[in-house]
Design a protein around this ligand. Sequence first.
Ligand code: HEC
Length: 147
Amino acid sequence: MRSYVLLAAIVLVVGVAGFPQEKKEVPKEPAQSKIPPEEAKRENPVKPTAASVAQGKHLYSSQCTMCHGVNGDGKGDLAVEIKLKMKDYRDPAALRDMTDGELYYILNKGKGQMPDQGDRLTPEQRWNLINYIRSLARKEPPLAPKQ
Ligand code: HEC
């Protein structure tokens, strides 16, 4: 009889303590990926002139190619190494549904594996970068065939 009581006690304790009902809420997207509508509407004050695009390209070459790729294909060394999922900026569809304001916001705040640029860049430098990135899709595809 005593052993039954003991068994019941063990079952009870294990039942209550051994299997805590843990429900972890896994957020679908990181919080910072939700771009406030007023940010998305922000207009690009810098015209995509040749000078702006050239400055954007200069910055891009030194700071962004390791992930976004030299030609914007998203296959930079680091991106390939840590298996990042990147867009191909040569494809006009890649950024078609995103506003300049949204790109600017992501550049400022980061998103997922995209590091935020903090105060390292001036607003004008950021807009130049966006003008450059947009220019990649406007051109004819680079000579190397897309695989
Ligand atoms: C460590 C790798 C890394 C570096 C360095 C990096 N990016 Fe990104 N970037 C990403 C990833 C990954 C995304 C996609 C984020 C997502 O949607 O979760 C992204 C997204 C973006 C986007 C939003 C559009 C898109 O492709 O989804 C812009 C604009 C952008 N990056 C610009 C830049 C610029 C400009 C630089 C250089 C100043 C830069 N990035 C440097 C990894 C990187």
